[in-house]
Design a protein around this ligand. Structure first.
Ligand SMILES: [Zn+2]
Length: 247
């Protein structure tokens, strides 16, 4: 039999637990106008999100109610969230990302899923190229001024964007006309600083955009990311495959 959810799981440091360690009770979640129904492990929903936890375990909860209705959420966005819940990472490919990443970030912001927001920040940073200008436009139109996703877009564009790599130059030019001053101004300043000190800019400190609740979390996150960096596998040619006969 499954045991209860691991007590240490919190939205601030959500990681998917082994299936053998969670309560396998499910919650029915109805998504979108058509109320498409999903059965999702309640333990994972509650561990990842303060809002879902309050809705399903809160003291004002309605008796036996064990369902959520999210009628203004798109099915695709919810499915991307569920994939993340199980995998502990964003599952779609960089190529497919586009607006999906953006919609997922908005979802995470709305339902207080801090680890998913952090993973989205890391995803932006790890992409081969910056998110599209269309993404930038939406971020600046729809997110609060202080949102760290706006800051990372400014930094990523100022430091890494190369217009020459954009495939559709006409579209890029059109999209640039639509960009808000709140984005262009800071990008210009950052680019100028870079010209003055061309070797000054190094890797971004992603914790600046992670909204950690305290210093201990910042330190833990930095250590974890440094560890992940060191785990990058060597090219196959350099890997010691050992001697299959002598173990
Ligand atoms: Zn961090």
């Amino acid at each position: 039999m499954a045991t209860v959810i691991i007590e240490t799981m919190t939205p601030e440091s959500y990681e998917p637990p082994p299936m053998s360690a969670i309560d396998l009770a499910t919650t029915q979640v109805m998504i979108g106008d058509n109320a498409k129904s999903y059965n999702v492990y309640k333990a994972l929903l509650c561990a990842s999100s303060k809002n879902f936890n309050a809705a399903l375990n809160g003291q004002f909860r309605d008796g036996q109610l064990n369902e959520l209705k999210l009628d203004d959420i798109q099915e695709e966005v919810f499915e991307d969230y569920v994939d993340w819940l199980f995998a502990g990472k964003i599952c779609f490919t960089q190529r497919a990302a586009g607006m999906r990443l953006w919609d997922l970030y908005i979802f995470a912001d709305r339902f207080h899923i801090p680890q998913l927001k952090r993973d989205a920040v890391n995803y932006v940073h790890n992409a081969n190229r910056p998110p599209s200008l269309h993404f930038v436009k939406r971020a600046f139109n729809e997110l609060p001024d202080k949102s760290p996703i706006r800051s990372i877009l400014i930094d990523v564009y100022a430091k890494y964007w190369d217009p020459e790599l954009e495939e559709d130059k006409t579209k890029t030019r059109e999209e640039m006309q639509m960009l808000p001053a709140a984005f262009l101004g800071p990008v210009l300043i950052e680019v100028y600083k870079r010209l003055e000190h061309p070797y000054q800019n190094e890797d971004l400190d992603l914790c600046m955009y992670h909204e950690h609740p305290n210093d201990a979390q910042v330190q833990a996150c930095r250590a974890k990311r440094a560890g992940a960096k060191n785990e990058i596998p060597r090219p196959v040619g350099q890997v010691d495959l050992g001697d299959p006969l002598n173990g």
